[in-house]
Design a protein around this ligand. Structure first.
Ligand code: OSB
Ligand code: MG
Length: 370
């Protein structure tokens, strides 16, 4: 199989609610949909989920698009691809830039799944026809508002809630939510905003039966996370620290964490995400599927990954309407009985809503690869 053509759709999608984390505030989701076309005319879709600002990782929407156009697409030009995992190998030569790699790599997986006549979910070895889902809630200065928002999500069927925290917005918020929802599967995500000197905060959070505490410390601090994990019962989950299987092995060796937030985009694509999931299940770590406010294409890839048996803990995979007034796919993802149904159409199993794509699309580029 040869990739002969690529189209990049540059989209700006307003978020229904601004989202606040320890990094800052986000109002719009800037993303790029990448369509690849094979020599037989099979189309595969991927989503570039880098952000406008390089706060979560070093990449930005602009740098990732540059890497895709100047480096990644030229590397697969005229290459006879036999297997989607080959892309991971080919892209090893390029350091970092995982989100750029993932946008292309996931589109190639979609092409291969379609060629094999299967939904991506079964092509990836997924077994679950329904995925349990959780929701990630941004920082709310007003704790009554926080309770209201959490109550709404619980009533919509989300089976796990993740609260964003930062210094000054942590124990009090968790205490309030725990009092209101004593049996809720609850966790927090610090997005790397604490230091070792904040140990007292984590000792307090350890009293609230949290499912896990995500990324308390710096993004390369495997040792400090291990130091913290020794002192608390609550599992630490790493997010920003993890760019590859090698990072997960390091976390496992050092006991830096008991759980890994697996984001396809942050680890350079599905091949690496699958390796991480396998490693976690063989080494007693929880692997679960994270999110980055994906639109319908990225969400479909997440759901396909989360349909694998390793993903027992609910992912940050919300319904389409949690983020956007209207998604870019037909038959948006909805929650039924607390779960999202795995699409069983060919490949990613969702059809682009052309009208909606055009509505959000600011610019389109065609790139011929031969
Ligand atoms: O830290 O998990 C994170 C969104 C963007 C970047 C980083 C993170 C997040 C979320 C939202 O928590 C997850 C989602 O619902 O898509
Ligand atoms: Mg996180």
């Amino acid at each position: 199989m040869f990739i002969k053509q690529a189209t990049l759709y540059h989209l700006v999608m307003p978020l229904k609610e601004t989202f606040k984390t320890g990094y800052g505030v986000m109002k719009d989701k800037h993303l790029c949909i990448i369509k690849l076309v094979s020599n037989d005319g099979i189309e595969g879709y991927g989503e570039l989920d880098a952000f406008l600002n390089p706060w979560y990782t070093e990449e930005t929407t602009k740098t990732a698009i540059l890497i895709i156009k100047d480096h990644l697409l030229p590397m697969i030009k005229s290459v006879n691809l036999e297997n989607p995992t080959q892309i991971n190998q080919i892209f090893q030569v390029i350091r970092g830039n995982e989100m750029a790699k993932s946008a292309v790599e996931t589109a190639v997986w979609d092409v291969f799944a379609k060629i094999s006549g299967q939904p991506l979910t079964t092509y990836l070895g997924g077994e679950l026809s329904d995925i349990s889902v959780g929701v990630s809630v941004g920082i709310k200065e007003n704790s009554d508002e926080l309770v209201k928002v959490v109550r709404r999500y619980v009533s919509e069927g989300y089976s796990r809630v993740k609260l964003k925290i930062k210094p000054g917005f942590d124990v009090e918020q968790v205490d309030k939510i725990r009092r209101n929802f004593p049996n809720l599967s609850l966790m927090v995500d610090a997005n790397s905003s604490y230091r070792k000197s904040d140990i007292a905060v984590f000792k307090q959070l350890d009293q609230y039966s949290l499912a896990m505490i995500e990324q308390p410390f710096g993004v390369t601090d495997f040792v400090d996370h291990a130091w913290l994990q020794k002192q608390i019962q609550t599992p630490i989950c790493l997010d920003e620290n993890i760019r590859s299987l090698a990072d997960v092995r390091q976390a496992s060796e050092l006991n830096s964490a008991k759980a890994i937030n697996v984001k396809i985009a942050r680890v350079g694509g599905l091949t690496e995400a699958l390796k991480i999931a396998t490693f976690c299940s063989e080494n007693g770590m929880i692997a679960w599927c994270g999110g980055m406010f994906e639109a319908g294409i990225g969400r479909a890839h997440n759901i396909a990954l989360a349909s694998r048996a390793e993903f027992t803990f609910p992912g940050d995979i919300s319904a389409s309407n949690r983020y956007f007034e209207r998604d870019i796919i037909k038959g948006e993802f909805r929650i039924n009985n607390g779960k999202i149904t795995t699409p069983m159409g060919l490949g990613i199993g969702v059809e682009i809503d052309r009208e909606s794509l055009d509505f959000y699309c600011k610019r389109r580029e065609n790139i011929v690869l031969n």
